[in-house]
Ligand binder design. Structure first.
Ligand code: ATP
Ligand code: MG
Length: 499
């Protein structure tokens, strides 16, 4: 319930007096005393009060989530939740992208609107935190304070033995064969890993069929592990590539149960070895001693061989120990995204996967296509994918990531410091060219918000004191230098120091 005082505009106070001889209606208005100023506000419900300013109320948009911003376009508070907007039919898929120049406030928005508020209202969130940030006397990563406040768990990814988590690419939580409309499967992840390791796509031709060799080796690995009553691991696939099952020869079987192509000598077990050899050699890079070992070899486990507990609502994978734009980093983002999404299918409720510094994966075709598949198939597990980038020019036009962003219904456009970048945004999202000036002059913490077909708004993110603390990424820039060492000044102090 609210009290709604009638404004001076509504009462007409201060307006010139009506000329004599006005219409019957106006006399009626006078008689009803509607144009008189009321000192005490009438007691009314919020619902009834809407009629006092219908145009403004309509502009505010539906309440689909917690309050997140103030619209500078309508002067109204704004509410934002990807799952809320999806369930209200405002957007077709619950995915978002956040674009903006360095330090424009992207992560602050993501931390408050896609981490703090969703987790506080029952969602699960997975973040890849790439930024090393020295805060509160420790190297906490930029999501460290969010983890501290929300009680989340931080999981390091680090190739050095015992320091990071290992994700088994053949973990039973991940379905063996992916389906177009539900989950990303082990088969897609394996081929992504092989492509990352081999540095190119696995394409089957008349002369060589590496993708087929990998597929049948995967099946053989699963069969062998099941027969031995254990979980299949990457080494099983490599073994099966080096020594394939005769069953892996493609094509029909004759009356005696023999593969026709093998009988004719067209494709034999030796042929399978030849097709699979580069894949096996590539995958060996992930096995102990290889240059990408310690990430996907062996059964899934947490740092220091502990059990990897993913039950916490906030999971922050710390990728700061991995080099920028490295193939291993992109591959792990896609693999962990698929793995956690698979585990989340068993848990009801909304989930959000946040890809900070997503441009890291664009050059890796197989990786970007898995991430796009995660976004497309997220509805099966209730997962929204949020992609955070600086500029569209960081992406190759037409790449999977580019397409993912073009298909995204919710776009947050922070400052674009170069006209070229702003023009690219205007073209990509079909905006009016009059917005170019706005895009190149947005202040920190302010952005252009596009949600489905709703009118565009310039929105500003107010932060509470706690949110300011959580989202402060300037600690390194603004930190005072450490206290200068004090030199001994007295004879006694000099002697003490010498001892
Ligand atoms: N709404 C806001 N109001 C005022 N200051 C803000 C707001 N949002 C962020 N800032 C400040 O701006 C600084 C940069 O914010 P943030 O780290 O979110 O930017 P970013 O765009 O993610 O930067 P980068 O591109 O380096 O990742 C932070 O220290 C933060 O405190
Ligand atoms: Mg950031």
């Amino acid at each position: 319930m609210t009290t709604a005082p009638v404004s001076k505009e509504a009462t007409g106070e201060g307006r010139p007096k009506r000329r004599r001889g006005g219409g019957v209606c106006l006399r009626l208005v006078d008689w009803l005393r509607i144009r008189q100023l009321r000192d005490d506000g009438p007691f009314t419900s919020t619902r009834q009060a809407e009629c006092l300013n219908p145009a403004r109320v309509a502009a505010a948009g539906p309440v689909t989530g917690p309050p997140t911003h103030v619209s500078l376009t309508t002067d109204q508070p704004g509410f934002h939740s990807l799952h809320g907007q999806y369930s209200n039919g405002i957007i077709q898929a619950p995915n978002a992208c956040v674009l903006g120049a360095y330090g424009s406030g992207k992560s602050a928005w993501v931390k408050c609107s896609y981490v703090l508020k969703p987790v506080a209202t029952g969602a699960r969130v997975l973040v890849f935190d790439k930024k090393r940030q020295h805060q509160d006397g420790a190297d906490s990563g930029e999501y460290g304070r969010a983890v501290e406040i929300l009680g989340g768990v931080k999981i390091p990814l680090d190739r050095r033995p015992g320091l990071g988590a290992v994700i088994n690419i053949l973990d039973p939580a991940i379905v063996a064969v992916g389906a177009e409309d539900s989950m990303v499967g082990q088969d897609e992840l394996l081929s992504m890993a092989a492509e990352v390791a081999c540095g190119g796509r696995l394409v089957d031709t008349a002369d060589s069929a590496p993708a087929h060799a990998l597929r049948v080796a995967h099946e053989a690995a699963r069969r062998r592990a099941a027969a031995e009553r254990r979980v299949a691991v990457l080494q099983d696939v490599i073994d099966a590539l080096f020594s394939p099952d005769p069953e892996g020869v493609p094509g029909p079987v004759d009356a005696d149960g023999r593969k026709t192509l093998a009988v004719q000598g067209v494709v034999t077990v030796e042929t399978l070895i030849r097709w699979g050899l580069p894949v096996a050699l590539g995958l060996q890079r992930f096995i102990s001693g290889g240059d990408m070992s310690g990430l996907i070899d062996g059964e899934t486990r947490g740092p220091g061989d502990t059990e990897l507990d993913l039950s916490d609502p906030l999971l922050v994978f710390d990728t700061s120990a991995m080099s920028d734009s490295s193939p291993a980093l992109g591959m792990m983002m896609a693999l962990i995204g698929a793995f956690v999404q698979a585990r989340w299918t068993l848990v009801p409720g909304p989930k959000i996967l946040i890809l900070e510094e997503a441009y890291n994966v664009d050059r890796l075709a197989g990786v970007a296509s898995v991430l796009r598949a995660l976004a497309k198939r997220g509805r099966a597990s209730g997962t929204a994918v949020v992609t955070v980038l600086h500029h569209l020019s960081d992406l190759q036009e037409g790449s999977d990531l580019w397409t993912l962003i073009r298909e995204t219904d919710v776009v947050h456009l922070f400052l674009q410091d170069k006209t070229d970048d702003a023009e690219q945004c205007v073209a990509m999202f079909g905006l009016d060219s009059s917005l170019l000036e706005t895009l190149t002059s947005l202040h920190q913490g302010t952005h252009l918000l596009k949600v489905g077909r709703r009118p565009l708004e310039v929105v500003q993110q107010p932060r509470t004191a706690l949110e300011e603390w959580i989202t402060d990424t300037d600690a390194g820039m603004l930190a005072a230098p450490e206290a200068a060492p004090r030199f001994a000044v007295t004879e006694q102090e000099a002697l003490d120091a010498a001892v």
